[in-house]
Design a protein around this ligand. Structure first.
Ligand SMILES: C[S@@+](CC[C@H](N)C(=O)[O-])C[C@H]1O[C@@H](n2cnc3c(N)ncnc32)[C@H](O)[C@@H]1O
Length: 491
């Protein structure tokens, strides 16, 4: 039987044996959508898809854990690469773990609760190594052992849930099951469907109680969830943030003001979860699905919460960015601080500084720090955070990094550069602009190994060499991996 025989519908004949080559012969056709394969998953890619090889093709498989053997259906083929989805687990393999969440696999939130922690960490480490190796950079430095997140569960300080009138219906539910209300996360691969999440083990228990109460109140009061196609319905998102101090912020995102209904919702939420310290309403009348809105009303409490990170206090408002795993961010920033090795004579620039967290952590060691950030509200938060912590040697420049780098008159020249770019990495002209600065040491904080590989290759063109690579797991059960990469130039 040919391994690619569409009638056989499976390569159970052993086509995925190592070194297996594409079957030859006139009767063999290329795999097409709907064909079935048995695959052994070797590792995961940056999107969390399981990678396997069979019959000379590389497979990227949805819902397939490393080490498992699965029956998978071909979704599409592009040259020698096939996208497939696992239909059944034939053997979970030795690395399998018991998912903690009832919604795992349906929910688009976590990629691999079914993979043990050690294998998740090893896979993430490999993503960093492969990205650097692909650019010929691995010879410069070994990638150190990945630092695990301090806690694999209950680690997120913020979750954003979606209200929807299109609930994802599980295959085992009876025909015609009520599906006109959901509060949860988007279903895996089905953007318009929302899984009605009853509890989420990566957020705090208090946040679980808020989620539960919000659902009950919305249903009890008959408040309409958002319809993503018709652009109608009152309730859009529920954002819950919990600080280590216990402060609990709830941001209810609605499509319109509706003050009476929203005030009643908030009062009932407070009655059910008295630990809530502040409730905010954000009104977003636009079609785009985002928790950022046109206007904001504080319904209860101060409208902000305070978080402590690396010995500093940060004020977080409903719309501002803050690291979502506080304890893991603390470890990451401690590594940045070590690598920066500043002293009171030295100046550091923190490019892409967000709300100023890294800059403020470094300010204690430096003569001066300068943060650069595009988003005006983040710059405002950074300045307020500096003032709140009594830090006087930090200043912040608002604007695009590339433009700011060509107008640096009046700024103290940097000895150390820290760059923490968004997932896409650096603008192609930024490495050369950094190269024109005097700094010898550059610390690249990466949230995307592929972009970091490309950027480090460009930085090596400006004279920097990688000295150290320290990967960090900030988000267990997801494929995300961070890395602190230290580069130096000159003797
Ligand atoms: C990965 S975040 C950095 C977060 C920050 N280090 C922190 O810990 O809070 C990237 C930041 O870069 C900012 N950003 C994106 N493009 C930018 C640009 N062209 N110029 C300046 N800042 C930019 C984003 O607004 C975001 O705050």
């Amino acid at each position: 039987m040919s391994p690619l025989d569409p009638i056989a519908g499976s390569d159970a004949g052993g086509a995925d044996a190592p070194g297996g080559s594409r079957a030859a012969g006139a009767s063999v056709r290329k795999p097409r959508a709907g064909d079935l394969f048995e695959l052994t998953i070797e590792r995961f890619d940056a999107r969390g898809l399981g990678l396997a090889r069979a019959a000379g093709y590389r497979f990227r498989v949805q819902r397939a854990a490393v080490g498992s053997r699965v029956s998978a259906k071909v979704l599409r083929r592009r040259r020698d690469e096939i996208e497939a989805v696992a239909l059944a687990v034939l053997d979970p393999g030795p690395q399998a773990a018991q998912p903690a969440c009832a919604h795992f696999r349906a929910c688009g939130g976590c990629a691999f609760q079914d993979l043990d922690q050690a294998s998740q960490l090893a896979g993430k480490q490999r993503l960093v190594e492969d990205a650097l190796a692909a650019r010929g950079l691995l010879a410069e430095a070994v990638v150190e052992a990945i630092v695990p997140a301090p806690a694999p569960w209950r680690y997120r300080n913020k979750m954003e849930f979606t209200f929807s009138n299109r609930r994802w219906v599980a295959p085992e539910e009876p025909q015609g099951a009520e599906a006109t209300f959901a509060l949860g996360l988007h279903a895996l691969g089905l953007y318009q469907k929302v899984v009605d999440v009853r509890a989420c083990p990566i957020q705090s228990e208090e946040a679980d109680r808020v989620l539960d109460a919000a659902r009950a109140i919305a249903l009890q009061r008959g408040l309409s969830p958002w319809d993503v196609r018709a652009h109608a319905g009152l309730l859009r998102h529920l954002v819950v943030r919990r600080a280590r101090s216990g402060a609990l912020l709830v941001n209810l995102v609605t499509s319109r003001e509706e003050p009476a209904a929203v005030a009643a919702f908030a009062a009932e939420l407070l009655r059910r979860v008295p630990e809530i310290t502040t409730i905010v309403q954000t009104v977003n009348a636009r079609a785009a699905t985002t928790a950022i809105g046109d206007s904001e009303h504080v319904l209860h409490g101060p409208g902000t919460i305070s978080e402590e990170l690396a010995g500093l206090a940060f004020t977080i408002s409903a719309g501002s960015f803050f690291q979502t795993n506080t304890a893991a961010a603390e470890r990451l920033f401690a590594a940045v601080r070590e690598e920066a090795a500043l002293s009171k004579e030295r100046v550091a620039w923190d490019l892409f500084c967000g709300t100023g967290t890294i800059a403020l952590v470094l300010a204690r060691d430096a003569r001066e720090v300068v943060g650069f950030e595009l988003v005006a509200s983040a710059v405002r938060d950074a300045r307020a955070n500096a003032a709140r912590n009594g830090i006087e040697n930090a200043r912040f420049v608002e604007g695009d990094v590339l433009a700011s780098l060509s107008a640096t008159q009046g700024l103290a020249a940097p000895d150390v550069l820290v760059v923490d770019p968004p997932r896409a990495g650096l603008h192609p002209k930024v490495p050369a602009a950094l190269g024109r600065l005097a700094a010898r040491r550059l610390i690249y904080v990466s949230c995307n190994p592929a972009a970091a590989g490309a950027d480090c290759a460009a930085l090596s063109g400006a004279g920097w060499r990688i000295r150290r690579v320290r990967p960090f797991d900030q988000f267990p059960h997801t494929p995300h991996v961070e890395a602190v990469i230290t580069l130096e130039r000159g003797a």
